[in-house]
Ligand binder design. Structure first.
Ligand code: BG6
Length: 511
């Protein structure tokens, strides 16, 4: 029997406690890609499902000259292209009426002062109660000036009985010093409790399910440790290339773009101890402990435990694609990695000796993110005579696509002889719950409106993650970290990555 699902999983989800409150959401960098592809479609879907607070205003703050009407028309076009649910022609005008455009340079204090006046006016007309949610989705070089002007204009300070919060989009710094600087700057304007650092992987439904799988089931947690687990593989593969983001990506590379945030967050959720309760801080305390236990890879250890590579020309899904160095606006001598495979060790009581393999790359054959726990082999005693290799148990948490969980186990093939075959127990969200999973941004926006920071990164998490990543990058820069390998686009990465896992007798899963 399918498990009964709550009437409204977004509001009644296990980690969500309070309802989102009426507010004005101000998006800095409102004409950018994120607003079009993710934020506005997410807001529309929330509206269509009846999940937005009763009153909300969305104010786009950007430099270009534009009227409210023009802005709404642009967003409608984007929402029709990117929304999870088809746009309903009757619903849209109502939703669009809550969207406004505020033109100003980020550097111009007067633009913030006029924003404050406009927000007061909207409060009076729309019942948004003086609550403000500022979304920093402009380029990170603009964050300092936006934060400064929010402070100077007093917008960071909530009026009596209201709140003022800030959502900070990634990248959160480019290394530890810049992250500390940014954190200090944010702290100068907003309290930590009002700061929401986005890591959209935490908003993915299946990432949230990791804790439920582990701590709401009696059987898994017993074997979730070094005694039973041989190794863990965390993979995020993408067929996409740099997709017009050369300027950002070439300075970032896969390590900063994906490992520092998304992949380490997945590792934390997989490796953490049970929190004392479901409060945001209890959960984040446990995650940060994992990051503190991560063995720092530095100097020559990096060459041994980390593989970095860049894609060469090849073919992805039957389409010929150019190599990274031939992508538009990528310097011909770029040494930026588009692929990373690494072996991490969580040096604590639970995980001592268990390799955590992380693999992430662009222009791989398939788009898929998953966590796989490979269990140790059974003692080679009873089935020796069958001279068959018995596959180890593997528990796979599919983050995306086809969200779900599967367990590989061995079973006897029907018949008079003893033949053992691997079979799969499989849970699919789609078939069990019969509804589409919401987009990560839907959940995260709602949580920020409800004042629940559980699914956002805390300051110490971000800084600890940078420590791990910075040591590896320093070894690459000094030449001790080993060379940059190559892989053809459309393959599963360089041979060196296969060698990395072979040392423990493992092999990468074919997704
Ligand atoms: C972003 C990275 O944070 O995550 C992108 O900057 C990457 O390079 C993206 O493509 C992947 O997200 P998702 O949700 O598509 O797995």
């Amino acid at each position: 029997m399918p498990p009964s699902s709550p009437a409204n999983p977004l509001r009644e989800g296990l980690l969500s406690r309070s309802a989102p409150e009426p507010c004005s959401l101000v998006i800095f960098g409102a004409t950018g890609d994120l607003t079009h592809r993710k934020l506005v479609p997410a807001l529309y879907n929330l509206a269509a499902d009846g999940n937005l607070p009763p009153s909300i205003s969305v104010i786009g703050f950007a430099r270009r000259e534009k009227s409210d009407e023009q802005f709404r028309a642009e967003l409608e076009e984007a929402a029709r292209k990117f929304s999870r649910q088809k746009i309903n022609d009757e619903l849209w005008p109502n939703f669009a009426a809550s969207i406004f455009y505020h033109r100003s340079e980020f550097t111009n204090l007067a633009g913030y002062e006029s924003l404050a006046a406009r927000l007061d006016e909207l409060d009076a007309h729309r019942g948004t109660r003086g609550n403000r949610l500022f979304y920093l989705s402009a380029g990170p070089d603009q964050f300092p000036i936006i934060l400064e002007n929010l402070r100077k204009s007093g917008l960071n300070r909530a009026k009596e009985g209201s709140w003022s919060r800030v959502i900070v989009e990634k990248p959160f710094g480019t290394d530890l010093p810049s992250a500390i600087e940014l954190n200090n700057m944010v702290e100068g304007s907003f309290r930590e409790a009002d700061t929401y650092r986005i890591d959209h992987y935490l908003g993915k439904e299946t990432a949230q399910n990791i804790m439920v799988l582990r701590f709401a089931n009696a059987i898994f947690e017993q074997v979730w440790n070094a005694r039973y687990v041989h190794h863990v593989q965390i993979t995020a593969s993408e067929p996409l290339g740099v997709e017009g983001r050369a300027g950002y990506y070439d300075h970032s590379g896969a390590m900063r773009d994906m490992v520092q945030n998304h992949l380490l967050q997945l590792l934390c959720l997989t490796a953490m101890e049970p929190p004392t309760d479901l409060s945001a801080d209890a959960i984040r305390d446990e995650k940060v402990k994992v990051l503190r236990c991560l063995r720092r890879l530095a100097g020559p250890d990096v060459a041994e435990h980390v593989v970095r590579a860049q894609y060469a020309a090849g073919s992805v899904n039957g389409r010929d694609v150019v190599g990274y160095l031939d992508e538009q606006n990528i310097p011909a001598t770029s040494q930026t990695e588009t692929y990373v495979a690494l072996e991490a060790s969580v040096d604590n009581w639970r995980w001592a000796g268990v390799p955590f393999y992380i693999r992430v790359g662009k222009r791989l054959p398939k788009g898929a993110t998953e966590i796989a726990l490979h269990f140790k082999s059974v003692p080679p005693v009873l089935f020796r005579q069958t001279s068959q290799a018995i596959d180890d148990n593997v528990l796979v948490i599919r983050i995306q696509p086809d969200e779900g969980v599967s367990l590989r186990m061995s079973a006897k093939l029907p018949g008079s002889s003893l033949r053992i075959e691997p079979v799969k127990m499989d849970f699919h969200y789609g078939t069990s719950f019969g509804k589409a999973t919401p987009e990560a941004y839907e959940r995260l926006l709602l949580d920020a409106m409800a004042g629940d920071p559980t699914l956002f990164a805390r300051r110490d998490e971000v800084e600890e993650a940078w420590k791990f990543v910075d040591a590896i990058r320093a070894a690459w820069d000094s030449g001790e970290g080993g060379p940059l390998a190559n892989y053809s686009a459309g393959t599963w990465g360089p041979d060196e990555a296969d060698e990395l896992v072979k040392r423990s007798g493992a092999a990468w899963r074919r997704l």
